[in-house]
Design a protein around this ligand. Structure first.
Ligand code: SAH
Length: 355
């Protein structure tokens, strides 16, 4: 199932030599012509993977109530910059704003800014949001979003950011690289020299994964919140404390595959290192709350009551609502414990609901 990106990557590696896992991931996902996100809308039952907002409107509705309360707790600033990082189809935002109709001051204060690199998903977001009467502005990066107090949402965004990997050998940690085997196929290998900056202990063969890019982005996000006020909510799958092992995986048609198999044709994700994100935010002087398991977070925001109300209003859909509630909040293999919510706030802001 390989596409046009594979021969390009092969030629690049032949010419430049092996590349880091981070560069491989960035090209596979974001190559300006052949990248996975550049060329398709991957979401939904017919796509490669689905996400909480695509599973049920209840997810976005809970985030909407959350955001309206956070806005009030910030002193109801007007304007308020509402930023979403990686908005997918725009579903979360539409559900969020519908639920926030009950808070007219919040709705009136909003200026919606989307950070999205995929032209196909931008078009999809434009459609979804226009139907809901929202006029957003798009950005390639967070840095160009206008200043001011902000609420920033990021669902399943950080898991798409490139990671680097290192493997422990006798002389230290060697970066894991993507090169070519004798048959000219993509293959993992190791940098010949250990990385001088990595001085951690570890058993031979241990693998460490670092989301440097996610941490850098979290750093600028936290700096913004500290300087200009606001709160960010990050929801993603990941781990609380650093650990050994690779989590980088390819997902295609709702099944996992080897990351090297079909670059540009399969989604690549890595579990989010929440401790790393926390450190990056705290270094900038921001306050960090959580991570709280998604199941507990959504329960605290009242998702069970919302599910009941939806089932009462549409008894024919009660089974679907119950299934979605279980999917969003249940333990493994559901999303309730693997997915976690992290809040980052400017100092002095009261803890947001659910934390
Ligand atoms: N938040 C959505 C979509 C998750 S998929 C949902 O929950 O349904 C990841 C999203 O991040 C997509 O919209 C993708 O195009 C975007 N994305 C991935 N890498 C990005 C980057 N480096 N900069 C901006 N957007 C990115």
């Amino acid at each position: 199932m390989s596409g046009p990106l594979l021969p390009l990557l092969t030629a690049l590696i032949r010419h430049d030599g092996p590349i880091g896992v981070d560069r491989f991931m960035a090209l596979a996902l974001g190559h300006p012509i052949y990248g996975y996100y550049t060329t398709r809308d991957p979401l939904g039952a017919a796509g490669d993977f689905t996400t909480a907002p695509e599973i049920s409107q209840m997810f976005g509705e809970m985030i909407g109530l959350w955001a309206a309360e956070v806005h009030a707790s910030l002193g109801a600033p007007d304007p308020l910059v509402l930023v979403e990082l990686g908005p997918g189809r725009g579903t979360l935002l539409v559900d969020t704003l519908r639920a926030a109709r009950a808070a007219p001051a919040f709705r009136a204060a909003l200026r919606v800014h989307l950070v999205e690199t995929s032209p196909i998903l931008r078009a999809r977001q434009a459609q979804t949001l226009e139907a809901a009467g929202i006029v957003p502005h798009w950005h390639d990066r967070l840095e160009t979003v206008p200043s001011g107090p902000a609420i920033v949402l990021a669902n399943e965004f950080f898991d798409a950011l490139p990671v680097r990997q290192f493997v422990r050998a006798t002389r230290g940690w060697h970066e894991r690289l993507v090169g070519l085997d004798e048959a000219g196929r993509l293959a993992f290998g190791l940098a010949p020299e250990p990385d001088a900056a990595l001085v951690l202990e570890g058993p031979p063969g241990a693998l460490l994964e670092f989301g440097f890019e996610g941490q850098a982005l979290m750093g600028s996000l936290a700096r913004r919140l500290v300087q200009q006020g606001g709160v960010a909510l990050v929801v993603d799958y990941g781990y609380r404390a650093p650990r050994f092992g690779a989590s980088l995986q390819a997902v295609s048609r709702h099944a996992t595959a080897s990351p090297l198999e079909a670059p540009g044709e399969a989604d690549l994700t890595a579990h989010v290192d929440f401790a790393g994100l926390r450190r990056a935010a705290e270094r900038e002087g921001a306050h960090v709350l959580g991570p709280v398991e998604q199941g507990i977070f959504l329960a605290a925001l009242g998702i069970a009551a919302r599910a009941e109300a939806l089932s009462r209003a549409r008894p024919d859909q009660a089974d679907m609502v119950a299934a979605a509630l279980l999917r969003l909040t249940g333990p493994d293999p559901q999303m309730g414990t693997l997915f976690k919510a992290l809040a980052v706030t400017a100092p002095g802001v009261p803890p947001p609901p659910g934390f």
